[in-house]
Design a protein around this ligand. Sequence first.
Ligand code: ADP
Length: 776
Amino acid sequence: MNYPNYFKSYSAFLLENYIEELTQNVIVITKNGKFPVCRFLIQLPEETIYEKIRREFEDILQDIIQGTPHNSLTKKIDLWKAGKSPISRKDLTISDINSVNHIIKTVILDFLKFYECSKIELIALVKEITDYFQTSTEMGIYAFEEIQNEVQIDRDEIIHGILTNVPVIITRINQEGEITYSAGKGLESLGRKENDLKNFSIYHDFIFPENIENSKLALSGKSVSYIGRSRSLSGEIREFQNYFIPVNNGIIGFSIDVTERIEAEERFRSFIDAVKDYAIFKLSPEGYINSWNEGAEALKGYKKSEIIGKHFSIFYDNELKEKHFPEYELEQATLHGRFEAEGFRLKKDGSRFWANGIITALFDKNNNLVGFTKITRNLTERKLAEERLRRSEERFRSLIEGVKDYAIFLLEPNGTIASWNEGAKRIKGYNEDEIIGKHFSVFYTEEKKKQKYPEYELVQAGIHGKFEDEGLRVRKDGSTFYANVLITALHDTSGKLIGFSKITRDLTERKFLEESLQSMNTDLENKVKERTDELLKTIKELKRINNDLDNFIYTASHDLKAPISNIEGLISNLFEELGEQSLLNVDLRDIKEMIDISVEKFQITIKDLTEIAKIQKESLETVELVGLSELIDDVKITISDQISRNNAEIIYHLEDCNEIKFVRKNLKSIIYNLISNGIKYRSPERNPIVKIMCSSDEYYNTIICQDNGLGIKAENIDKIFNMFKRFHDHVEGSGVGLYIVKRIIENAGGRIDVESVEGEGSIFKVILPKGEFELH
Ligand code: ADP
């Protein structure tokens, strides 16, 4: 419980200086009967009351000073508020009391809020407000007396001075209850002017009953002092401390606006009401419970009837009981007046809660121990919160301490090192005891230190909240490492800079990795470049060889043509010269036939070579839209002999690619070779059927030529496109046809594939790009 500090110091002041006088004041009031509660008090010997009150009063003051309020008292106030307690509002008002030396003191009797009334006790707190009233009331009364005595001075001036300066309303009421005079600065708070209230009747115009009652009392000859309400012109209700003094022919009234003061009191009261978490009970000198409050019932779960008379060790677990801890507490309280302890205590249902308990020893005036009060607070929540905080702090600390890859430490605002972790030790080489208290600039190179760079970093972190940097840092042994550094400024809740956290990472390894990666990359790039160069060289070489080959083929076919024609001519000349007779000679005739066959073969080969040589040159020839079906028909006419001789059937399904952009002659050559091979390498077991199909998509035309012939052995499939390669000798051929087909297709950026099953037939698939696309 936090009482306001001024209240605590006021209580301390009371305790030290005025306690005697004030407690006697209370008794005086009680005996005078001005104060209607606990009337039986007056029947007790004065000394007993005095002692009891003093002690209780001291306890309360102590509690206030220590911030541990009497919960039971605030409960009383609750009851009173709820209309269940007899304390009336009037008991809480301002009164004049006679102190022992008969000096009148004005006190505010809110101490009655803090009373607990049993047969022998009264707890009270008094606030003296004499000074406050002296300034206003007494000046008013004094002035009035001056006027009454008709002192020969300028009365008007005095009255005017008082009425315009003192915040009091002075009224005169006649025997009929009519206001005959009203003046004073105090009228301002009602929005009224001098004599505004004149002619008001207390019976008709006073709307609040307390004013009527007290006016009547005063008219009957009694002085009254009470707090009453008044309504201002604007409708606001204000509270006044009124003093009505009977005079010869009526009343003189002094009224002071105390609205703000009462509001402040109310705020204070509700602040006290908010305190609910205390168990307060009394113990006999031996530790038996002899009082029990509602807070105690709420906290510990025992009803008053169940617990009174039991020993208070019932709240302690066996371990503490065995150690006689409850008895120890009472001993200590007896010795020192007071004992405070924290620990787990038991509730009725056996559950435990974390409690703070204060035991205060009570003595009578002869210093005999008469018992103890015990105030217990449930601190479970606070304990749990503290525990959670402690654990999370511990976890955090051990986490930080255990981190090995990062140096994490704290700096004071001036850069002095305040904490150190495992990572810091590992990276920088210092042990905790060597480095704490040193300035963090020890980690910087001489050059950086000269530049005041460490200080610069802190300033930057202070301005921007954090500062990140990479660079060389120095280890304990003087060696350097490449570090990443992050400094974060730390502020308290009020925003004040309380230091910095610094996280340093050793980047040496990363830097090394980065560097080796870099050099590996460069190596790789160089290698790739070398390879590419080599490859380009090889391609260039191959191109040259290819070119040479093409030239050779061209030259050969061209240059051989004439000599072979010559040989052919010369042979026929020779045999003409030899005459017809020579052919009758069997040997000679055989020789001539053999020569003829060789020459013919030679010429076929030359023709084929010429074909090949032409392909390169023809690739530049005009591309046109070639109708595929016409082309196939054309081929069929060309090989009609072969078709009819073999009873062959040529079928085609061309779908959407009837027209293909290509060099007509070349496309014919492809189709011709594929169809004629399909017939030529027929199976003796069936009539040849050659199917031609074509499909087309966005980029390619695909022509498929399928036959039901002999098929090709798997091991030969890759070789059939090679020049002069043949795998069937039973029919004439040169092994050049498919080579030419492949060259034509590849020159056009396309591709030819073959699938074949020996004994069943072959499928040739020709893929030709429509535009720029090439297949490889
Ligand atoms: P040629 O037909 O003049 O021998 P090609 O280059 O056209 O030359 O064919 C090479 C070889 O491939 C042929 O000798 C033959 O062994 C094989 N061949 C080609 N087409 C087929 C086919 N449709 N069926 C079976 N074998 C074939």
